[in-house]
Write a protein that binds this ligand. Structure first.
Ligand code: TMP
Length: 212
């Protein structure tokens, strides 16, 4: 196995438990002597975090689905260039809370943005860089939204969407898992956090140094 790191993305609807899983995986990987960089999208670098705030805040001005898509990719372009690629070249494992699959699911399946446009932007922004593995934390929309709304904080522009929007997002994610089963692995997020972490770790174990 080369010295280059591994790129893992976590996906799922709100309330799926991605952030807790990211922290649990970090602990498990660090315990095996690996260097881990936890990051998220939109965000991950100072400029990309500023773009995140702009795209998630509730404002008076309407943001079209296309503008939203471009903002996601603007943040991603900065993040890939300034954090993800350098971290991978340095041999780190990058665990990224969401990546381009989120644009496919939210802007594509959720908002109806042209899939070809999304694929063209993805190619421009990150070429052939894709996660080595994507863990899709799947759970019923009602369960996810109940969990998300119980969290502290005022939520964001996406959390104001209705249930039907999140059903389309979830279906979009499941279609991605069906289309790319080698990369995108389904993890049942309705389980207890420890079980989710164990199953998620099993789903990336073949990428560990020395794994068959
Ligand atoms: P988070 O809740 O995982 O922090 O993500 C913030 C929101 O941004 C979430 O509702 C999903 C949304 N999002 C998109 O719509 N498209 C994207 O490409 C990304 C990365 C996130």
């Amino acid at each position: 196995m080369s010295a280059a790191g591994r790129f893992i993305s976590l996906e799922g609807i709100e309330g799926a438990g991605k952030s807790s899983l990211a922290r649990a995986l970090e602990v498990m990987l660090v315990a095996r002597g690996l260097t881990v960089k936890l990051t998220r999208e939109p965000g991950g670098t100072p400029l990309a975090e500023r773009l995140r705030a702009l795209v998630l805040e509730r404002g008076a001005e309407r943001i079209s689905a296309e503008a939203e898509t471009l903002l996601m990719f603007a943040a991603r372009a900065v993040h890939v260039e300034n954090l993800i690629r350098p971290a991978l070249s340095g041999g780190a494992w990058v665990i990224c809370d969401r990546f381009t699959d989120a644009t496919r699911a939210y802007q594509g399946a959720g908002r109806g943005v042209d899939a070809e446009l999304i694929e063209r932007l993805a190619h421009t922004v990150h070429g052939n860089l894709w996660p080595h593995r994507t863990l899709l934390l799947d759970l019923p929309v009602d369960t996810g939204l109940t969990r998300a709304r119980r969290r502290a904080g005022a939520g964001d522009r996406f959390e104001d969407e209705d249930r039907r929007f999140f059903e389309r997002v979830r279906a979009g994610y499941l279609a991605l898992a069906a289309a790319e089963p080698a990369r995108v692995r389904l993890v049942d997020a309705a389980n207890a956090p420890d079980t989710v972490a164990t199953r998620a770790f099993d789903a990336i174990a073949d990428l560990l140094p020395g794994a068959a």
